[in-house]
Design a protein around this ligand. Structure first.
Ligand code: ZN
Length: 90
């Protein structure tokens, strides 16, 4: 791992990494996961399918950085949304 700057923990693999390597998401007011910078608490996920799937399929949906349980249905919907977008192109 190289570089300076803040590090965050990926909710998929549990590894710490530079924040720029991670995709930020947060919980919207209606309980959905949304990507990108926003106010309030956020979680971080690598731009890797393995990490996305690990997060989406985890049995326990508690996301510590959000201090909230995210139901699997919500996680799967977010995963589908991310996979449709171009953010996984790299
Ligand atoms: Zn990861």
């Amino acid at each position: 791992m190289r570089g300076i700057g803040p590090t965050r923990t990926c909710v998929g693999c549990g590894q710490r990494d530079s924040q720029v390597q991670l995709l930020r998401f947060s919980l919207s007011e209606d309980g959905a996961l949304v990507a990108g910078v926003s106010r309030g608490r956020g979680g971080y996920l690598h731009h890797r399918p393995a990490c996305m799937h690990a997060f989406a399929k985890a049995r326990a949906g508690f996301v510590r950085s959000l201090r909230a349980v995210v139901p699997r249905e919500i996680r799967l919907r977010y995963l589908a949304h991310i996979e449709r977008s171009a953010t996984l192109s790299s």
